[in-house]
Design a protein around this ligand. Structure first.
Ligand code: NAD
Ligand code: USQ
Length: 405
């Protein structure tokens, strides 16, 4: 699917902030493959948090320079460049980089994204807000100060809506309300964050609203569901292009954790009753959606364009039952470390991407098998001490979890 040299996007520069991470790396490869000039900007903080947590990706991941060396050799001249930079705290360098490279778009993945890590303690709570909100603020300020027409595409989360608060199908970003005057107005959907991490994304959303109105910035905010899977066609092209696979209780997301547990003959850790319903998307579709969002920017003066980047919804205990049926794994109900509704319904619109022709992959057998296969291949790298919850939403949840056998 290599884009021809003369394609309308060849020669256009795109920044991928956070391009060394789980979603950012395969997206950077995809954007490079379809013809963009990609610059990855990352401070490698995620790799440093691995050191702090004494846990590594289930899959062995090569250092960023190695990854790029291999891609730049295999890709037939589609070079990806790398800038080691803290988006939140090195404003001058970020501004200079934008002025020098004149990107058509900045894709912003560069945030601390684990809800459990953001609830681990005061240091991690404050770090998450500082890193995420300052990072977004710096990106927006730098784009405005550069006076260049740069489309900002941000990875947000379904968690900004809260779970079950709309009383119906969750729309894409905005809801219609009746003002006290009787007038109807479309406003940002109210925010009901369920963790400090999710709160950082709600704060981001207000900054987007402000910069779109005040500075006319063109902004797209993608409210993504839980991502699963690990490989894409591009990351499979070489051992050293392999993507990360988080499995620990802080960074591992639910379906990938269940598949890892099944591959290692460990019980599946369903929190509470498993009645939580969440939205899901496969990593391959993350890459496709970003490319679609880049190709369909808002116009200057438009309000923030908000898409729900989700393929399907599932209840956690149904996912566990599905994985158990496939693999023979045992399902364990463990005390929930999180302060969240025990049961919720979730009905989400994904019309915006669908209207652009997106046909998402769903929980297909072959894809589930692929992830179990990856987990089996690297099961020797699992540290079983990193599987049970180690971050708790409040004192009561911590006490309940610690009291359990
Ligand atoms: P990740 O932690 O694997 O990747 C984030 C990357 O950003 C890392 O490489 C990290 O080093 C970098 N980074 C963080 N702070 C930075 C800073 N200040 N300066 C420069 N680089 C910085 O996370 P991910 O799973 O790839 O998630 C990427 C984005 O997508 C996040 O914003 C997350 O909120 C969003 N998202 C992820 C999921 C998911 O299930 N993984 C779901 C919905 C939304
Ligand atoms: N859960 C279990 N067992 C586990 C792990 C999780 O039952 O072993 C449950 C949790 O209690 C929760 C649900 O599964 O109800 C989802 O948890 P998760 O860790 O898979 O997802 P979450 O914490 O919501 O965060 C992830 C990403 C985050 C992204 C979010 C999208 O880490 O970056 O924003 O998914 S969403 O959930 O749609 O808001």
């Amino acid at each position: 699917s290599n884009a021809p040299r003369s394609s309308p996007i060849s020669g256009k520069t795109v920044f991928v902030l956070g391009g060394d991470g789980f979603c950012g790396w395969p997206t950077a490869l995809h954007l490079s493959e379809i013809g963009y000039d990609v610059v990855i900007v990352d401070n490698l903080s995620r790799r440093k948090i691995d050191v702090e947590l004494e846990c590594e990706s289930l899959t062995p991941i090569a250092p960023i320079t190695e990854r790029l060396r291999v891609w730049n050799t295999l890709s037939g001249g589609r070079l990806i460049r790398f800038e080691y930079l803290d988006v939140a705290h090195e404003y001058g360098q970020l501004l200079e980089l934008i002025k020098r490279e004149r990107p058509v778009a900045v894709v912003h993945f560069a945030e601390q994204r684990a809800a459990p890590y953001s609830m681990k303690g005061s240091r991690q709570k404050r770090y998450t807000i500082d890193n995420n909100v300052n990072g977004t603020m710096s990106v927006l300020t730098a784009v405005a100060e550069s006076e260049l027409d740069v489309h900002v595409v941000h990875l947000g989360t379904m968690g900004v809506y809260g779970y079950g608060s709309s009383g119906g199908r969750i729309p894409e970003g905005y809801i219609d309300v009746v003002l006290p005057s009787g007038e109807r107005q479309s406003i940002l959907h109210p925010a009901y964050p369920g963790s400090v991490y999710h709160a950082s994304k709600c704060l981001d959303a207000l900054l987007f609203q402000f910069f779109a109105r005040n500075d006319g910035l063109r902004i797209t905010d993608l409210h993504q569901g839980v991502v699963w899977g690990t490989f894409t066609d591009n990351t499979m092209r070489h051992e050293l292009l392999m993507n990360r696979y988080d499995y620990d209780s802080d960074y591992g997301t639910v379906l990938n954790r269940f598949l890892m547990q099944a591959a290692s003959d460990l019980p599946l850790t369903v929190y509470g009753t498993g009645g939580q319903t969440r939205a899901f998307i496969h990593i391959r579709d993350t890459c496709k959606c970003i490319a679609l969002a880049l190709a369909n920017p808002p116009q200057p003066g438009d309000r923030v364009k908000i898409y729900n980047q989700v393929a399907e919804t599932h209840r956690v205990r149904d996912l566990a039952a599905l994985v158990a049926r496939k693999t023979g794994a045992r399902v364990d109900h463990v005390n929930n470390p999180r302060q969240e509704a025990a049961e919720n319904e979730l009905d989400v619109s994904n019309q915006n991407f669908r209207s652009l022709g997106w046909a998402p992959v769903t929980l297909e057998e072959t894809l589930l098998d692929e992830v179990v296969g990856v987990a089996e291949r690297y099961r020797h790298r699992i540290d079983v001490n990193k599987i049970m919850p180690s971050s708790f939403w409040n004192k009561r949840r911590a006490a309940e979890c610690r009291a359990a056998p």
